[in-house]
Write a protein that binds this ligand. Structure first.
Ligand code: 0L1
Ligand code: MG
Length: 262
């Protein structure tokens, strides 16, 4: 850690306020170029603590930057991880008010629900599949609090990896009865396909993203509780949305899920 507790508190309060008030900011490493990965996650932890203090409940976890293309673009070899709380949830077919966000984008994701606790280090795809109850389609709405989505990875981690809203739905299937590498994903905006992918775009196998989350939690003395929802990361580039847009995601063998921006 390079930042003192007071600075960590101030940065967390600032980013949390930007999220709640839908206003953007410059990336925090501009003012704190020496901040390290532990500082970044400590700021994210403080945002979560503030939300829990305000009555929020944890709704799940997310992995981000999980496609090799996006990792190369950002110059990282590991994904980033964030939390989901109840205020981020959207019902399948439900509405997202763009006025509550800064510059939302959508990502097509395969989501996991666990039925047993997972602990790292040493977690791997096999352990994830053994502990997984179902997988289902989900759309993540990301909304970086940084102006024009201009950031570096430490700033993004502090900003809870741009988490803003998410919807899961479609058909929940047994994770061991579907080939999560070859299953196709079609993201449509207003009835037009705008991004196509397959599960393998996420770290070769989307369960690898869950294993890396579990190992990340393990390094921090935490585990992934049974019954957790995990968004494994966008299988394609994120797509910008505007008020009036209807977005749906179809995942092979898992049906579809949608939301509308108003
Ligand atoms: O969920 C994601 O992959 C987003 C990670 C943060 C980077 C971004 O906002 O694009
Ligand atoms: Mg995502």
């Amino acid at each position: 850690m390079t930042l003192d507790p007071k600075t960590l508190d101030q940065l967390a309060e600032h980013l949390h306020a930007c999220q709640r008030e839908a206003r953007d900011t410059l990336k925090i490493t501009d003012q704190h170029p020496d901040m390290d990965w532990d500082d970044a996650y400590a700021i994210q932890d403080r945002i979560l603590a503030a939300k829990l203090k305000g009555g929020a409940r944890v709704a799940g976890y997310k992995a981000g930057l999980t496609s090799h293309a996006k990792m190369r673009q950002m110059g990282v070899t590991d994904p980033v991880f964030g939390f989901l709380v109840d205020e981020f949830t959207v019902a399948d077919g439900g509405e997202v008010r763009v006025s509550e966000l800064i510059h939302p984008k959508v990502e097509p994701e395969i989501c996991f629900v666990t039925r047993a606790e997972l602990k790292g280090p040493g977690c791997h795809i096999g352990a994830v599949l053994a502990a997984c109850d179902v997988v289902l389609p989900g759309i993540e709405v990301i909304d970086s609090r940084y102006r024009d989505f201009k950031f570096d990875v430490k700033s993004v981690i502090a900003d809870n990896t741009s988490a803003a809203r998410f919807v899961v739905g479609g058909r929940a299937v047994d994770a061991r009865r579907v080939d999560l590498t070859t299953c196709g994903l079609v993201l449509e905006k207003n009835g037009v396909p705008v991004a196509l992918g397959a599960g393998a775009a996420v770290l070769g196998h989307p369960a690898a993203a869950v294993a890396m989350l579990v190992n990340h939690l393990g390094r921090r003395g935490q585990s992934l509780p049974a019954g957790s929802l995990v968004l494994s990361g966008g299988a394609t580039e994120a797509v910008s949305v505007q008020p009036g847009d209807h977005v749906s995601l179809r995942v092979q063998g898992m049906g579809s899920v949608s939301l509308r921006f108003v």
